[in-house]
Design a protein around this ligand. Structure first.
Ligand code: AMP
Ligand code: MG
Length: 434
């Protein structure tokens, strides 16, 4: 049986990023940029005022020792979006608004709050007086043309994630559309004769299908476009038909039916459908029965993805949750072009004792707190069917396969669950700590 690390490597080796496609700027949020983006403008496009004030020649204010009242004739006014008229001399000033171009002859802007304007026929727009001893230095309150970025300069590199700041910058450099790696399509197929839909009361021996809705939302949260295939039964022809539909997607996730039970049909149905097994079973707790394979589509498979990664997740909800975060989320991230597709791991210190065995690595629901060090509380957990424990978790504490008694205070690595109300970075997590 392979380790979780070996299994992850095999998954990532099989996952190739999708080719980039052009989308509108508004649709690019959360995608990975598929091209280098250069600016088509200087920013700012001209020397511009950073404040509302008076554009002046610093020389008009003399040196530091100067101790006199300076009075200048205001010859013009420029708002953002207007071009300068007139030239500033030592005896004159131009009123400028934030963002306005700096007129010729001016090399500083004095904030309007530091000046006193008077309606006076000495200047066409009155005169402005500055207090004694005011310091005016060349360049103050002016942003030079091209200081932020220059025309032709690459401002965003291929492979970065597009977040709101990147969208703002793309807009600034004129990119109404942009090449991005498209999100992968993920088909979700929970299986089991015992499953009833959420809208029904389970009869004798039945349980509700909790995995289906959870896996659909996990895949969406990971950035995929999801296709819900409904529930597969432990029935060969029905399962085969649904699997066939799922192979149109980039990733097919099944849940249940991969263990050693007589009705665990998923591996044989997948193999029959042309999915080549890469591994079955991982030294992992929970999640040992995980099955993974790849189907490469032939020329006759019109409309199907070039290849489909197939994850046969175990049926128990915590097992499938852990396997999703360890293997499926990285595959989705890799297909979506993310250069670092695996979840963030952070070291903390255990608050509780824990007994670990040598046969399998354990991923235990945990609550990691802010702090130095991060305290890690183990959530009381009754194993792979105990979904309740996950609701209180913001991390999975990782215990490698070895016989070891952990004591409070021992260092432990945690895999952080994605942002949300339980994220270690959420307000709620910080408040719980304080
Ligand atoms: P299996 O891997 O099919 O043997 O399922 C393992 C356990 O997970 C069984 O107790 C199933 O009833 C349970 N299970 C399987 N699929 C689901 C599901 N979609 N939702 C909730 N529990 C499930
Ligand atoms: Mg089953």
């Amino acid at each position: 049986m392979i380790s979780a690390e070996q299994a992850l490597q095999l998954v990532l080796d099989a996952a190739q990023p999708r080719p980039p496609a052009r989308v509108s700027l508004a649709e690019s949020l959360g995608r990975v940029l598929g091209e280098d983006v250069a600016s088509d403008v200087d920013s700012p496009p001209h020397d511009k005022s950073l404040v509302d004030g008076y554009a002046v020649s610093a020389g008009a204010f003399g040196g530091r020792a100067e101790n006199r009242l300076v009075e200048l004739a205001v010859i013009a006014q420029i708002a953002a979006g207007e071009m300068p008229v007139g030239k500033v001399a030592r005896s004159t000033a131009v009123r400028v608004m934030t963002g306005a171009p700096i007129p010729e002859g001016a090399d500083a802007v004095v904030m309007v709050e530091q000046a006193e304007w008077q309606d006076d026929p000495a200047g066409p727009l009155g005169v402005v007086r500055f207090p004694q001893g005011i310091q005016v230095t060349a360049g103050q309150n002016i942003m030079r043309r091209g200081a932020s970025l220059r025309r032709g300069q690459v401002v965003l590199d291929c492979g970065i994630s597009i977040l709101p700041a990147q969208i703002g910058l793309l807009a600034e450099v004129g990119r109404a559309d942009v090449a991005v790696v498209p999100p992968p399509q993920v088909a979700v197929l929970p299986t089991g004769d015992e499953l009833v839909d959420v809208g029904f009361v389970p009869g004798p021996g039945k349980i509700r299908n909790s995995n289906g809705p959870m896996l659909i939302s996990l895949a969406r949260q990971a950035g995929a476009v999801v296709r819900d295939l409904g529930v597969g039964r432990d029935d060969y022809p029905q399962l085969a038909a649904l699997v066939h539909q799922g192979l149109h997607a980039d990733i097919l996730i099944t849940a249940g039916g991969v263990s050693a039970g007589v009705r665990d049909l998923v591996p044989q149905v997948l193999r029959k459908a042309g999915v080549a097994q890469v591994f079955h079973k991982v030294r992992l707790k929970p999640g040992k029965p995980l099955w993974f394979g790849v189907r490469r589509a032939g020329v006759e498979d019109q409309g199907e993805a070039a290849s489909t990664l197939v994850f046969g997740l175990p049926g128990n909800p915590v097992s499938s949750f852990v396997c999703f975060h360890l293997f499926v989320a990285p595959a989705i991230a890799r297909l979506a072009g993310h250069p670092r597709p695996t979840a963030m791991r952070v070291m903390g210190r255990l608050s509780d004792p824990f007994q670990q065995g040598a046969d399998r690595a354990t991923y235990h629901p945990a609550w990691m707190e802010h702090g130095d060090p991060h305290a890690v509380r183990l959530i009381p957990w009754r194993g792979s069917a105990d979904l309740r424990a996950l609701v209180d978790a913001n991390a999975l504490a990782v215990f490698p396969a070895e016989n070891r008694s952990y004591q409070p205070g021992d260092p432990v690595e945690c895999l952080l669950l994605p942002a949300g109300q339980n994220s270690i970075w959420s307000d709620q997590a910080v408040r719980r700590t304080l």
